[in-house]
Design a protein around this ligand. Structure first.
Ligand code: SIN
Ligand code: FE2
Length: 215
């Protein structure tokens, strides 16, 4: 059904990172403009915000969500919520193009039943980092994580199942997609402090879309 949109994919190899994790370089291709247009509409309803950690710190990554569920953090902890705490309205719907992109990336990585119901949207400005963490607030760890990078490049930190395990560093550029699941699903991961720069489509920031089957 999406053959037209994804016809460039036959030329894009899935680079295995570690068992269960794949890097699909340039997977977004010419869909980048459309994704960013849809993103603007999402942000008009659910604007960027800096959430509080349970410990009371303000996160340096600005966030929003789309989909049935959105990831939120505040003094009460981390969780998924069906409403945006800023507006009390449901999160904006996940655009079909987001869903299709995430599903086809997952399928190429061998996860062919992925149905994301949550898309966390992260914005990194110069100097912003995301400390090593596990994605473990989702219900079903049989479902992978699909992460889409747009704008400025960043160094992705991909560790092991223990926080102290060695960390692989790989650059994620505009249009790259990482899928991790199976034996890699609970690996620690993060983003090194973003280097300053300017990208023609996003300006001075990196944007990441993280798709999850959360509920
Ligand atoms: C995340 O782990 O939520 C985001 C990772 C990234 O920005 O690439
Ligand atoms: Fe994460």
């Amino acid at each position: 059904m999406h053959d037209d949109l994804f016809s460039h994919l036959t030329s894009i190899p899935a680079e295995p990172l570690v068992p269960g994790a794949y890097l699909l370089r340039g997977f977004v291709g010419q869909q980048d403009h459309q994704l960013l247009r849809e993103l603007q509409q999402i942000l008009a309803q659910a604007p960027w915000r800096h959430m509080q950690t349970p410990g009371g710190l303000t996160m340096s990554v600005a966030m929003s969500n789309c989909g049935k569920l959105g990831w939120v953090s505040d003094r009460r902890g981390y969780r998924y919520a069906s409403a945006d705490p800023l507006s009390s309205l449901p999160w904006p719907k996940m655009p079909p193009s987001f869903d299709a992109l995430a599903q086809s990336a997952a399928a190429i990585a061998g996860f062919d039943k992925f149905k994301p119901d949550a898309c966390l949207i992260n914005r990194y400005a110069s100097g912003t980092k995301l400390s090593l963490h596990q994605d473990k607030d989702e219900r079903d760890f049989a479902q992978p994580i699909v992460s889409v990078s747009l704008g400025l490049s960043a160094i992705f930190l991909f560790g092991g199942l223990n926080r102290s395990d060695p960390v692989l560093r790989t650059e994620l550029a505009h249009g790259d997609v990482v899928v991790w699941g199976g034996p890699s699903r609970l690996r620690y991961h993060g983003i090194a402090p973003l280097k300053p720069g300017e990208h023609p489509l996003t300006g001075r920031v990196r944007i990441n879309l993280t798709f999850r089957a959360a509920g």
